[in-house]
Every structure is written in C-alpha cells, then in structure tokens.
Design a binder for this molecule. Sequence first.
Ligand code: HPA
Ligand code: MG
Length: 277
Amino acid sequence: MLILEKREIPVLRRALLAVPPPPTTFSRKWFSDALFSVVIYFDSQKIKKIKMSEYEMIRSPSTDKGIVIKDEWPGYDLDLFTYPEHYHGDLENIYIPHGVIMDRTECLARLVVDDTDDNYMVALCVLKGGYKFCSDLVECIKSVSCNTPKHMTVRVEFIRLKSYLNDQSSEDIQIIGPEDLSVITGKNVLIVEGIVDTGKTMKALLKHVQTFQPKKVKVAGLLVKRVPNVVAKLPDYVGFVIPNRFVVGYALDYNEYFRDLNHICVISDEGKMKYKV
Ligand code: HPA
Ligand code: MG
C-alpha cells in the first residue's frame, strides 16, 4: 500500500505521467510495471515509500510459488459441499473445493499469458491425472488472451505416464503416448500436470520432450506435494503446495476411482480399503 502525505500528491501525479497506458485488458504485468515506475520516481525524488525488497515481492510473477496449504489444514467438512452419492463414506474431507481450483487456474493462465512471447503454444497434457486441469487451464488461457494482442492458439497433445499403484509410487516410470512428438519442435511447450511430488516423472518427461527440440518448455502443476528427496525443480506455475497426503478428485485417482469427483479430497481409510487392488 502506498500511503501519501498531502504534499506528495503532485509527486504521484508526475510519477504517473511516466507510466505507460494500460493495455486493453488490465494485466498483472502492466500493474507491476506501473507500480515499478511510480516507486522508481519516488525513489529518484528521495521519497522512500516502498522498500525495494517489498517491491520485488509484488512485481515478480516468479515469486508466485503457489498457495501453500499447511500440514495442519484439516480440510472442509464434507457436509458443507456436494459430491457424488457413490463416494459417501470414502472421503475424509474436502481439501480444495472445485471453485477454488477454478479461481486459481485463472490466475495461473494469466501468468502463462504474461510470460509468453508467442501467439502459439502446445499444451502437453499429462494423462490421466492432468486432464481436468489441462482442459480448464487451456480454456482460461484462451479467454484471458482473447481480444488482446496476445490472443493465443493452443494446440493440445497428450502423453501418458504411469507410476502409482494404490497410494504408492513405483520406481519405474512408463511413458505411454505418441512416439512422435515432432509437433513440438521449435514451439513453446507447456507441460500440464495434475500433481508433482518427487519430480521423478517430470524429470523423465522433460528429458523425453527435449529430444524433440522445442523452442521453450514450461511446466504447470496444479498441486505440488511437500515430499523428501525431490529430484526436479519446482514447476514454473504452481497452483497449490500441499502436505504429503494422498489426495483424489479433479482427475486424480486412487486405482482409477475418484477422477469424476470435482473437488480435491482426502480419501478415508474405508475408501482406501474399498478400492484397494
Ligand atoms: N493422488 C493421486 N495421484 C497421485 C498422488 C496423489 O496424492 N501423488 C502422486 N500421484
Ligand atoms: Mg494415478
């Protein structure tokens, strides 16, 4: 917040003259650039209104590392939301309601559009857990960018990875999908994952993707789990950072169940028993 004394208002007026006009749609980048101009001007007038460290926090999209959900978060009581009848008894709580996922996805779409220097992008959807997030993210990218000079054409490709049985990760990661990913050669690629934990699958996938010589590769992960022995860097766009708990819903499964649940939930012990293989 910028708190001005009365005598400083003319300084703000002069500072605002240096701010470029806003684009047709109000973007986070324009706002942060505008704020930067104002801060620099105040600084040049020896009026220290905002410390640069605070400014960095506001300005840089790279500081958005996701909404952090603490270990103690108990989730919402199941009675506060609706969910399919066939999962009654199988869930412990609603961990992230569907509406919150959608709002966060729109935010990530804005970051993606702001960061992109091209009107064309290939979204590489990691199946099956990433299909809902990918579909909603691509829709948001299109709606955020339409009617702006950055209107985006997004081609969607799919790749399938498998490494989990019950709630345990197995060591070997299978990449099942198109052998030929040459559509990404020379293109901006956005890998879209539902959940990232140790990053082993992501590391294997990035290596595979790089063999097709894309122009630039970014990763969007709706959920990132706080787990030990992480082998990959954080995705470029993170929806939520969650504790090391097994979650289901919004396309994330437990032995293929719960993909049809809209909220992200924690499975109950009864649910684990019922769908165990
Ligand atoms: N839920 C579903 N699939 C997953 C998870 C999870 O918590 N972690 C890795 N794959
Ligand atoms: Mg799975």
